[in-house]
Design a protein around this ligand. Structure first.
Ligand SMILES: [Fe+2]
Length: 443
Protein backbone atom coordinates (compact mmCIF):
# COMPACT_ATOMS: atom_id res chain seq x y z
CA UNK A 1 0.00 0.00 0.00
CA UNK A 2 1.05 3.53 -0.61
CA UNK A 3 1.94 5.59 2.38
CA UNK A 4 4.41 7.73 0.45
CA UNK A 5 5.38 10.97 2.01
CA UNK A 6 5.19 13.23 -0.98
CA UNK A 7 1.93 15.10 -0.90
CA UNK A 8 0.11 12.74 -3.21
CA UNK A 9 -2.68 13.65 -5.56
CA UNK A 10 -4.76 11.18 -3.56
CA UNK A 11 -4.86 13.39 -0.50
CA UNK A 12 -3.91 16.79 -1.83
CA UNK A 13 -6.88 16.63 -4.18
CA UNK A 14 -9.13 16.46 -1.20
CA UNK A 15 -7.28 18.37 1.47
CA UNK A 16 -5.52 21.68 1.25
CA UNK A 17 -2.18 20.90 2.86
CA UNK A 18 -0.06 23.78 4.12
CA UNK A 19 3.44 24.03 2.76
CA UNK A 20 6.41 24.31 5.09
CA UNK A 21 6.71 27.96 4.17
CA UNK A 22 3.06 28.71 4.84
CA UNK A 23 3.35 26.89 8.18
CA UNK A 24 6.17 29.28 9.02
CA UNK A 25 8.63 26.46 9.69
CA UNK A 26 12.25 26.41 8.52
CA UNK A 27 12.74 24.04 5.56
CA UNK A 28 15.70 22.39 7.28
CA UNK A 29 13.67 21.45 10.33
CA UNK A 30 10.84 20.13 8.16
CA UNK A 31 13.34 18.09 6.16
CA UNK A 32 14.83 16.55 9.30
CA UNK A 33 11.44 15.58 10.74
CA UNK A 34 10.30 14.37 7.34
CA UNK A 35 13.29 12.07 7.07
CA UNK A 36 12.53 10.72 10.52
CA UNK A 37 8.89 10.11 9.62
CA UNK A 38 9.97 8.40 6.39
CA UNK A 39 12.29 6.14 8.37
CA UNK A 40 9.46 5.27 10.77
CA UNK A 41 7.07 4.48 7.91
CA UNK A 42 9.70 2.42 6.09
CA UNK A 43 10.27 0.39 9.25
CA UNK A 44 6.55 -0.17 9.70
CA UNK A 45 6.21 -1.35 6.10
CA UNK A 46 9.15 -3.69 6.50
CA UNK A 47 7.68 -5.08 9.74
CA UNK A 48 4.34 -5.59 8.00
CA UNK A 49 5.99 -7.48 5.11
CA UNK A 50 7.99 -9.62 7.54
CA UNK A 51 4.90 -10.52 9.59
CA UNK A 52 2.86 -11.23 6.44
CA UNK A 53 5.55 -13.53 5.05
CA UNK A 54 5.75 -15.43 8.32
CA UNK A 55 1.96 -15.83 8.27
CA UNK A 56 2.31 -16.46 11.96
CA UNK A 57 -0.45 -16.45 14.48
CA UNK A 58 2.10 -16.87 17.24
CA UNK A 59 1.02 -13.93 19.37
CA UNK A 60 4.14 -13.84 21.54
CA UNK A 61 6.47 -13.85 18.51
CA UNK A 62 4.28 -11.26 16.78
CA UNK A 63 4.43 -8.88 19.75
CA UNK A 64 8.19 -9.35 20.15
CA UNK A 65 8.77 -8.56 16.45
CA UNK A 66 6.73 -5.37 16.83
CA UNK A 67 8.85 -4.47 19.85
CA UNK A 68 12.10 -5.17 17.98
CA UNK A 69 11.00 -2.95 15.08
CA UNK A 70 10.22 -0.06 17.42
CA UNK A 71 13.51 -0.45 19.30
CA UNK A 72 15.25 0.21 15.99
CA UNK A 73 13.50 3.55 15.55
CA UNK A 74 15.97 6.25 16.55
CA UNK A 75 14.40 9.55 17.48
CA UNK A 76 16.61 12.43 16.27
CA UNK A 77 18.45 14.32 18.98
CA UNK A 78 16.78 17.60 18.00
CA UNK A 79 13.31 16.09 17.64
CA UNK A 80 10.68 18.71 18.36
CA UNK A 81 7.11 17.59 18.85
CA UNK A 82 5.34 20.57 17.28
CA UNK A 83 7.50 20.49 14.17
CA UNK A 84 7.10 16.74 13.85
CA UNK A 85 3.33 17.00 14.02
CA UNK A 86 3.32 19.88 11.54
CA UNK A 87 5.43 17.73 9.21
CA UNK A 88 3.11 14.75 9.61
CA UNK A 89 0.17 17.02 8.81
CA UNK A 90 1.80 17.90 5.46
CA UNK A 91 2.23 14.25 4.48
CA UNK A 92 -0.17 11.86 2.84
CA UNK A 93 -1.17 9.36 5.45
CA UNK A 94 -3.64 6.45 5.28
CA UNK A 95 -7.36 7.07 5.48
CA UNK A 96 -7.80 7.94 9.15
CA UNK A 97 -11.15 6.21 9.58
CA UNK A 98 -13.37 6.89 12.55
CA UNK A 99 -11.37 8.11 15.53
CA UNK A 100 -11.99 5.98 18.56
CA UNK A 101 -9.21 6.18 21.06
CA UNK A 102 -8.58 6.85 24.70
CA UNK A 103 -5.89 9.36 23.88
CA UNK A 104 -6.49 13.05 23.23
CA UNK A 105 -5.56 12.69 19.60
CA UNK A 106 -4.74 9.80 17.32
CA UNK A 107 -3.13 9.80 13.86
CA UNK A 108 -3.02 6.60 11.86
CA UNK A 109 0.44 6.25 10.31
CA UNK A 110 0.18 2.85 8.73
CA UNK A 111 -2.71 0.64 7.66
CA UNK A 112 -1.14 -2.62 6.62
CA UNK A 113 -2.04 -6.23 6.05
CA UNK A 114 -0.99 -7.42 9.50
CA UNK A 115 -0.60 -4.26 11.59
CA UNK A 116 -1.96 -0.80 12.15
CA UNK A 117 0.29 1.90 13.59
CA UNK A 118 -0.72 5.13 15.27
CA UNK A 119 0.65 8.22 16.91
CA UNK A 120 -1.19 8.76 20.18
CA UNK A 121 -1.01 12.18 21.83
CA UNK A 122 -1.69 12.27 25.54
CA UNK A 123 -2.21 15.75 26.92
CA UNK A 124 -4.80 15.37 29.64
CA UNK A 125 -6.17 11.88 29.42
CA UNK A 126 -4.93 8.67 30.97
CA UNK A 127 -5.77 5.06 30.33
CA UNK A 128 -7.87 2.99 32.66
CA UNK A 129 -6.41 -0.34 33.72
CA UNK A 130 -6.87 -2.66 30.76
CA UNK A 131 -5.61 -5.71 28.95
CA UNK A 132 -5.34 -6.11 25.19
CA UNK A 133 -7.24 -7.71 22.38
CA UNK A 134 -4.31 -7.82 19.98
CA UNK A 135 -0.54 -8.24 20.33
CA UNK A 136 1.74 -5.32 19.54
CA UNK A 137 4.11 -2.81 21.10
CA UNK A 138 4.48 0.87 21.74
CA UNK A 139 7.33 3.31 22.13
CA UNK A 140 7.51 6.70 23.82
CA UNK A 141 8.49 9.15 21.08
CA UNK A 142 8.32 12.21 23.26
CA UNK A 143 7.52 12.92 26.90
CA UNK A 144 7.30 10.45 29.75
CA UNK A 145 4.74 8.03 31.15
CA UNK A 146 4.40 6.12 34.36
CA UNK A 147 3.28 2.61 33.61
CA UNK A 148 1.68 0.56 36.38
CA UNK A 149 1.14 -3.16 35.95
CA UNK A 150 -1.57 -5.16 37.65
CA UNK A 151 -2.77 -8.69 38.27
CA UNK A 152 -6.39 -9.66 38.69
CA UNK A 153 -7.58 -12.68 40.62
CA UNK A 154 -11.24 -13.38 39.77
CA UNK A 155 -13.33 -14.46 42.76
CA UNK A 156 -16.91 -14.56 41.54
CA UNK A 157 -18.59 -13.95 38.18
CA UNK A 158 -20.91 -10.99 37.79
CA UNK A 159 -23.82 -12.67 36.10
CA UNK A 160 -24.59 -11.07 32.77
CA UNK A 161 -23.87 -11.23 29.08
CA UNK A 162 -20.14 -10.58 29.27
CA UNK A 163 -17.23 -12.12 31.11
CA UNK A 164 -17.39 -9.85 34.15
CA UNK A 165 -15.95 -10.64 37.55
CA UNK A 166 -15.53 -9.39 41.05
CA UNK A 167 -12.12 -10.21 42.41
CA UNK A 168 -8.89 -8.71 43.63
CA UNK A 169 -6.88 -6.23 41.62
CA UNK A 170 -3.27 -6.12 42.79
CA UNK A 171 -0.58 -3.65 41.81
CA UNK A 172 2.47 -5.59 40.63
CA UNK A 173 4.90 -2.86 39.73
CA UNK A 174 5.49 0.49 38.08
CA UNK A 175 8.15 2.02 35.94
CA UNK A 176 8.84 5.22 34.12
CA UNK A 177 8.78 5.01 30.37
CA UNK A 178 10.92 7.70 28.79
CA UNK A 179 11.77 8.59 25.22
CA UNK A 180 12.84 5.46 23.25
CA UNK A 181 11.46 3.07 25.87
CA UNK A 182 9.49 0.24 24.31
CA UNK A 183 6.78 -1.85 25.92
CA UNK A 184 5.86 -5.12 24.22
CA UNK A 185 2.16 -5.86 24.60
CA UNK A 186 0.95 -9.42 24.60
CA UNK A 187 -2.62 -10.31 23.95
CA UNK A 188 -4.59 -11.10 27.10
CA UNK A 189 -3.94 -10.63 30.76
CA UNK A 190 -0.14 -10.79 30.82
CA UNK A 191 0.13 -7.04 30.16
CA UNK A 192 -2.63 -5.57 32.30
CA UNK A 193 -1.58 -1.98 32.75
CA UNK A 194 -2.48 1.67 33.01
CA UNK A 195 -0.49 4.64 31.76
CA UNK A 196 -0.23 7.92 33.54
CA UNK A 197 1.36 10.54 31.35
CA UNK A 198 3.77 12.83 33.11
CA UNK A 199 4.90 15.27 30.47
CA UNK A 200 2.71 18.11 29.20
CA UNK A 201 2.12 16.09 26.06
CA UNK A 202 3.40 12.56 25.78
CA UNK A 203 3.46 10.98 22.33
CA UNK A 204 3.53 7.25 21.78
CA UNK A 205 4.09 5.31 18.57
CA UNK A 206 1.76 2.33 18.81
CA UNK A 207 1.69 -0.83 16.66
CA UNK A 208 -1.06 -3.41 16.99
CA UNK A 209 -1.89 -6.59 15.08
CA UNK A 210 -5.05 -6.53 13.00
CA UNK A 211 -5.94 -10.16 13.34
CA UNK A 212 -8.32 -11.93 15.67
CA UNK A 213 -10.08 -9.61 18.05
CA UNK A 214 -10.77 -11.28 21.35
CA UNK A 215 -12.30 -9.92 24.48
CA UNK A 216 -10.49 -7.20 26.35
CA UNK A 217 -11.19 -6.04 29.86
CA UNK A 218 -11.33 -2.90 31.93
CA UNK A 219 -10.32 -3.20 35.58
CA UNK A 220 -11.58 -0.89 38.30
CA UNK A 221 -10.16 -0.90 41.80
CA UNK A 222 -10.59 -2.47 44.19
CA UNK A 223 -12.00 -5.47 42.38
CA UNK A 224 -14.22 -5.11 39.32
CA UNK A 225 -13.32 -6.54 35.92
CA UNK A 226 -15.64 -5.93 32.99
CA UNK A 227 -15.61 -7.29 29.48
CA UNK A 228 -15.31 -4.13 27.43
CA UNK A 229 -16.44 -5.71 24.20
CA UNK A 230 -20.01 -5.49 25.46
CA UNK A 231 -19.62 -1.98 26.85
CA UNK A 232 -21.20 -0.28 23.85
CA UNK A 233 -24.47 -2.16 23.77
CA UNK A 234 -27.39 0.07 22.92
CA UNK A 235 -29.29 -0.03 26.16
CA UNK A 236 -26.23 0.76 28.25
CA UNK A 237 -25.29 3.61 25.91
CA UNK A 238 -28.82 4.98 26.17
CA UNK A 239 -28.84 4.78 29.97
CA UNK A 240 -25.39 6.33 30.19
CA UNK A 241 -26.64 9.20 28.06
CA UNK A 242 -29.55 9.56 30.45
CA UNK A 243 -27.26 9.64 33.48
CA UNK A 244 -25.08 12.33 31.89
CA UNK A 245 -27.94 14.69 32.50
CA UNK A 246 -27.65 14.18 36.26
CA UNK A 247 -25.65 17.40 36.62
CA UNK A 248 -28.61 19.34 35.30
CA UNK A 249 -31.07 17.68 37.65
CA UNK A 250 -31.94 18.74 41.18
CA UNK A 251 -30.05 16.71 43.78
CA UNK A 252 -33.26 14.96 44.79
CA UNK A 253 -34.06 13.97 41.20
CA UNK A 254 -30.48 12.85 40.55
CA UNK A 255 -30.50 10.66 43.69
CA UNK A 256 -33.86 9.25 42.64
CA UNK A 257 -32.56 8.40 39.17
CA UNK A 258 -29.45 6.73 40.54
CA UNK A 259 -31.48 4.73 43.06
CA UNK A 260 -33.85 3.64 40.29
CA UNK A 261 -30.97 2.54 38.05
CA UNK A 262 -29.30 0.69 40.92
CA UNK A 263 -32.50 -1.23 41.62
CA UNK A 264 -33.57 -1.96 38.08
CA UNK A 265 -30.37 -2.67 36.13
CA UNK A 266 -28.47 -5.90 36.13
CA UNK A 267 -25.10 -5.47 37.82
CA UNK A 268 -23.04 -5.59 34.61
CA UNK A 269 -25.19 -2.85 33.10
CA UNK A 270 -25.14 -0.77 36.26
CA UNK A 271 -21.33 -1.01 36.45
CA UNK A 272 -20.92 0.11 32.84
CA UNK A 273 -23.31 3.01 33.26
CA UNK A 274 -21.54 4.10 36.44
CA UNK A 275 -18.10 3.90 34.84
CA UNK A 276 -19.34 6.14 32.06
CA UNK A 277 -20.84 8.52 34.63
CA UNK A 278 -17.59 8.57 36.60
CA UNK A 279 -15.46 9.37 33.58
CA UNK A 280 -17.78 12.28 32.84
CA UNK A 281 -17.39 13.70 36.32
CA UNK A 282 -20.92 13.14 37.57
CA UNK A 283 -19.58 12.05 40.96
CA UNK A 284 -17.01 14.88 41.19
CA UNK A 285 -19.02 17.73 42.63
CA UNK A 286 -19.79 18.81 46.17
CA UNK A 287 -22.93 16.70 46.22
CA UNK A 288 -21.16 13.48 45.30
CA UNK A 289 -21.56 12.00 48.79
CA UNK A 290 -25.36 12.20 48.54
CA UNK A 291 -25.26 10.56 45.10
CA UNK A 292 -23.07 7.73 46.40
CA UNK A 293 -25.45 7.24 49.35
CA UNK A 294 -28.41 7.00 46.96
CA UNK A 295 -26.54 4.25 45.17
CA UNK A 296 -25.33 2.55 48.31
CA UNK A 297 -28.75 1.61 49.59
CA UNK A 298 -29.56 -0.37 46.46
CA UNK A 299 -26.45 -2.07 45.18
CA UNK A 300 -23.58 -4.38 45.98
CA UNK A 301 -20.92 -2.85 48.29
CA UNK A 302 -18.26 -3.80 45.72
CA UNK A 303 -19.90 -1.44 43.22
CA UNK A 304 -19.87 1.38 45.77
CA UNK A 305 -16.20 0.66 46.52
CA UNK A 306 -15.50 0.95 42.81
CA UNK A 307 -17.24 4.32 42.63
CA UNK A 308 -15.25 5.63 45.62
CA UNK A 309 -12.00 4.37 44.18
CA UNK A 310 -12.69 6.01 40.83
CA UNK A 311 -13.61 9.26 42.58
CA UNK A 312 -10.17 9.22 44.23
CA UNK A 313 -8.58 8.53 40.88
CA UNK A 314 -10.28 11.55 39.37
CA UNK A 315 -9.19 13.72 42.29
CA UNK A 316 -5.67 12.59 41.44
CA UNK A 317 -6.18 13.60 37.82
CA UNK A 318 -7.38 17.04 38.84
CA UNK A 319 -4.28 17.47 41.00
CA UNK A 320 -2.16 16.41 38.06
CA UNK A 321 -3.59 19.19 35.98
CA UNK A 322 -2.58 21.73 38.61
CA UNK A 323 1.02 20.55 38.86
CA UNK A 324 3.64 22.91 37.52
CA UNK A 325 6.09 20.39 36.16
CA UNK A 326 6.73 16.70 35.72
CA UNK A 327 8.69 16.33 38.95
CA UNK A 328 5.65 17.43 40.85
CA UNK A 329 3.56 15.06 38.81
CA UNK A 330 5.80 12.19 39.69
CA UNK A 331 5.77 13.16 43.35
CA UNK A 332 1.99 13.34 43.28
CA UNK A 333 1.79 10.03 41.51
CA UNK A 334 3.92 8.33 44.10
CA UNK A 335 2.23 10.02 46.99
CA UNK A 336 -1.39 9.55 46.09
CA UNK A 337 -1.11 6.11 44.63
CA UNK A 338 1.08 5.05 47.52
CA UNK A 339 3.13 2.79 45.30
CA UNK A 340 4.94 0.17 47.31
CA UNK A 341 8.59 1.11 47.36
CA UNK A 342 9.65 -2.35 46.27
CA UNK A 343 7.86 -1.79 42.98
CA UNK A 344 10.20 1.00 41.96
CA UNK A 345 13.18 -0.59 40.33
CA UNK A 346 16.20 1.46 39.40
CA UNK A 347 16.14 2.15 35.70
CA UNK A 348 19.61 1.05 34.84
CA UNK A 349 19.05 0.39 31.17
CA UNK A 350 21.39 2.54 29.11
CA UNK A 351 22.89 3.85 32.33
CA UNK A 352 19.86 5.83 33.35
CA UNK A 353 18.34 5.92 36.77
CA UNK A 354 15.28 8.09 37.03
CA UNK A 355 14.28 6.98 40.47
CA UNK A 356 16.56 5.17 42.85
CA UNK A 357 16.18 3.64 46.24
CA UNK A 358 18.77 4.70 48.72
CA UNK A 359 19.31 3.40 52.22
CA UNK A 360 20.75 4.79 55.38
CA UNK A 361 20.48 4.56 59.11
CA UNK A 362 16.89 5.76 59.01
CA UNK A 363 15.88 3.13 56.46
CA UNK A 364 15.55 3.56 52.75
CA UNK A 365 14.24 6.45 50.75
CA UNK A 366 13.43 7.50 47.26
CA UNK A 367 15.80 9.67 45.34
CA UNK A 368 14.78 11.21 42.09
CA UNK A 369 17.91 11.72 40.09
CA UNK A 370 18.16 14.25 37.36
CA UNK A 371 21.32 13.03 35.71
CA UNK A 372 21.26 10.99 32.57
CA UNK A 373 17.62 11.36 31.68
CA UNK A 374 16.88 11.42 27.99
CA UNK A 375 15.33 14.82 28.39
CA UNK A 376 16.37 16.52 31.58
CA UNK A 377 13.95 19.32 30.82
CA UNK A 378 11.06 16.98 31.44
CA UNK A 379 12.12 16.64 35.03
CA UNK A 380 13.17 20.17 35.54
CA UNK A 381 11.99 21.32 38.93
CA UNK A 382 12.53 23.78 41.68
CA UNK A 383 13.82 21.16 44.09
CA UNK A 384 17.48 20.39 44.53
CA UNK A 385 18.75 16.85 45.02
CA UNK A 386 18.46 17.04 48.82
CA UNK A 387 15.00 18.43 48.21
CA UNK A 388 14.01 15.30 46.33
CA UNK A 389 15.52 13.17 49.03
CA UNK A 390 13.52 15.00 51.64
CA UNK A 391 10.44 14.65 49.47
CA UNK A 392 11.13 10.90 49.45
CA UNK A 393 10.96 10.88 53.23
CA UNK A 394 7.76 12.91 53.10
CA UNK A 395 6.29 10.37 50.72
CA UNK A 396 7.22 7.56 53.08
CA UNK A 397 5.99 9.14 56.27
CA UNK A 398 3.28 11.51 55.01
CA UNK A 399 4.53 13.97 57.61
CA UNK A 400 6.93 16.83 57.13
CA UNK A 401 8.42 16.83 60.60
CA UNK A 402 9.11 13.12 60.76
CA UNK A 403 10.46 13.32 57.20
CA UNK A 404 12.78 16.07 58.35
CA UNK A 405 13.97 13.96 61.29
CA UNK A 406 14.50 10.93 59.02
CA UNK A 407 16.47 13.04 56.56
CA UNK A 408 18.74 14.45 59.26
CA UNK A 409 19.33 11.10 60.89
CA UNK A 410 20.19 9.65 57.47
CA UNK A 411 22.83 12.38 57.24
CA UNK A 412 24.70 12.41 60.54
CA UNK A 413 27.33 14.53 58.78
CA UNK A 414 24.87 17.45 58.84
CA UNK A 415 25.60 19.12 62.16
CA UNK A 416 25.84 22.74 61.12
CA UNK A 417 22.74 24.46 62.64
CA UNK A 418 22.44 26.67 59.54
CA UNK A 419 22.16 23.59 57.29
CA UNK A 420 19.68 21.97 59.67
CA UNK A 421 17.65 25.17 59.52
CA UNK A 422 17.72 25.10 55.73
CA UNK A 423 16.39 21.52 55.75
CA UNK A 424 13.58 22.69 57.98
CA UNK A 425 12.89 25.57 55.63
CA UNK A 426 12.69 23.11 52.76
CA UNK A 427 10.12 21.13 54.70
CA UNK A 428 8.10 24.33 55.09
CA UNK A 429 8.28 24.84 51.33
CA UNK A 430 6.78 21.39 50.84
CA UNK A 431 4.07 22.03 53.43
CA UNK A 432 3.04 25.25 51.70
CA UNK A 433 3.27 23.76 48.23
CA UNK A 434 -0.16 24.08 46.54
CA UNK A 435 -0.19 20.52 45.32
CA UNK A 436 2.02 18.59 47.73
CA UNK A 437 0.98 20.48 50.87
CA UNK A 438 -2.65 19.38 51.05
CA UNK A 439 -1.56 15.76 50.84
CA UNK A 440 0.82 15.69 53.76
CA UNK A 441 0.55 16.53 57.41
CA UNK A 442 2.78 19.08 59.05
CA UNK A 443 3.29 16.98 62.20
FE1 LIG B 1 -2.38 -0.69 26.78
Amino acid sequence: MDVGLETSSRLSDRIERPSAASAGLPEGRIKMHRQFLEAVLARLQSLDRQLASLGSRDDAGFAERCGDALRNVRVPRDFELGEFLATAAMCALPDQGPSRTLSDHCTKLHDGSTINAYLFLWAESFTNIHDHAAPGAFMVLSGASMQSRFGFQPASPIVGVGQDFYGDLAHIGSELLLQHDVQVVHRGASVTHSLFHLAGTTVTLVVFGKHGRTQTHGFYAPGVCIDETTAGEDEVAWLAEHLRRVKRLSLEAACGLLGYLAQSLTEPKLIRVLIDALTRGIFDGGESEELVRALQSHCDPKVVQMVRSQQAERAFTRLRLRARNASELLAIAIMLRKLPRASWQPMVERGRAALELGSGTAGSWYTLTLQGLADAGIFDAGLSRPGYELLGHVIDSGSVQSACRAFLSAHPEITDPAVVASVERLSEVLTRHPVIGPNISAG
